[in-house]
Ligand binder design. Structure first.
Ligand SMILES: [Zn+2]
Length: 341
């Protein structure tokens, strides 16, 4: 059993060092550092130092392009989209939003810049988390919401032309199966490029795709199969968080996703990784994280990661009812899973 934890929200190195000591002492094998555009622009040496300290403590270093360009998971803002406004996604209602279009070449240049920095800073693993199109309400809490039928993307000039070339007719005005396939293809193409780029530089590459059965229809990748066959992919997983936004029953959400990861990873001979929700759990519901860990182990997961360190303590919108109890519960359950493996 391998265990990891995501870390974000603090860049004061001496405080980060104290947290990393706690993480190492709690028995984790790796830490997923959420490396934002702010870190890329203003904190290159800060991140190098954070990674160095992580290594010194025996932790493997994974870097996550957190919220970069608005096309990966995470609450971080993108600066890139404020200066490249012409490559942002165009929604079905005609509005342009602050997330780069996955079919725009300039996006890849920016993501390569992020990878170059991460490799130079000494990471072991590039962790590509939840690549997605504009996600509707997910991560856009506070925005005026509307129906998904009017908010899917992307209808920018590049996408409209690509679609026409590929399908021989104009992109429909509704999100039909062809548009879904077109959208999935773009997520796939970006992922292939990034994993190939990272692999060529000698680092390992992990991928997390958003879970199936979500209430956020706009972000899903319907078919995981092609992603498992990407050359250079070192592990694959998903992250069914049952109390993120719209709440769903834990077991019917977590178990099928763990089983799906087990099956598809076995089919293609790719190691698994499975994410456990360790934030946003109300008082008295901390046991749910332990239960999710049990289910994951029962379903054959051998690499468990928790989102995130101390219940996402740096971000009040994600706080659990009790940070200490939640974190202690998660750490104890992971240690139990480790002892039993
Ligand atoms: Zn587009």
């Amino acid at each position: 059993m391998r265990t990891g934890v995501a870390y974000f929200g603090n860049r004061t190195v001496r405080h980060v060092a104290a947290d990393l000591e706690d993480i190492a002492a709690s028995g984790f094998d790796y830490v997923v550092h959420c490396s934002t555009e702010s870190d890329l622009i203003w904190g290159k040496e800060t991140m190098r130092e954070i990674y160095r300290i992580s290594h010194e403590l025996g932790l493997e270093v994974h870097a996550d392009p957190w919220g970069v360009a608005g096309v990966f998971g995470g609450e971080a803002m993108s600066k890139f989209v404020t200066w490249e406004t012409d490559i942002c996604q165009v929604l079905a209602d005609g509005s342009r939003i602050g997330a780069a279009c996955l079919n725009q070449p300039k996006l890849m240049d920016w993501l390569h810049t992020w990878i170059d920095a991460a490799v130079d800073q000494g990471v072991d693993v590039l962790f590509f988390d939840e690549p997605h199109w504009y996600p509707g309400d997910l991560w856009y809490i506070g925005r005026i919401i509307g129906p998904d039928s009017e908010r899917w993307s992307c209808r920018c000039d590049v996408c409209l032309e690509l679609f026409r070339d590929r399908y021989g007719h104009e992109m429909p005005a509704v999100l039909d199966d062809e548009v879904r396939a077109f959208r999935q293809q773009a997520v796939y193409d970006v992922t292939v490029d990034l994993i190939g780029y990272g692999h060529a530089q000698g680092v390992r590459n992990g991928l997390c795709l958003l879970p199936h059965g979500m209430t956020f229809d706009l972000v899903g990748v319907p078919d995981w199969t092609p992603f498992l066959q990407i050359p250079g992919l070192d592990f694959f997983g998903t992250d069914p968080y049952w109390r993120a936004g719209a709440e769903v029953p834990l077991e019917p959400y977590v178990r099928p996703n763990a089983a799906a990861v087990r099956e598809i990873c076995a089919t293609f001979g790719v190691p698994n990784q499975f994410w456990i929700q360790g934030y946003n759990l109300p008082n008295g519901a901390e046991w749910e994280a332990a239960r999710a860990i049990e289910i994951a182990v029962e379903e054959g997961m051998t690499d468990l990661a928790v989102w995130a360190y101390r219940g996402c303590e740096a971000m009040s919108a994600l706080w659990p009812g009790n940070i200490d109890t939640t974190w202690e519960t998660v750490v104890r359950a992971l240690q139990n899973a480790n002892d039993c493996s």
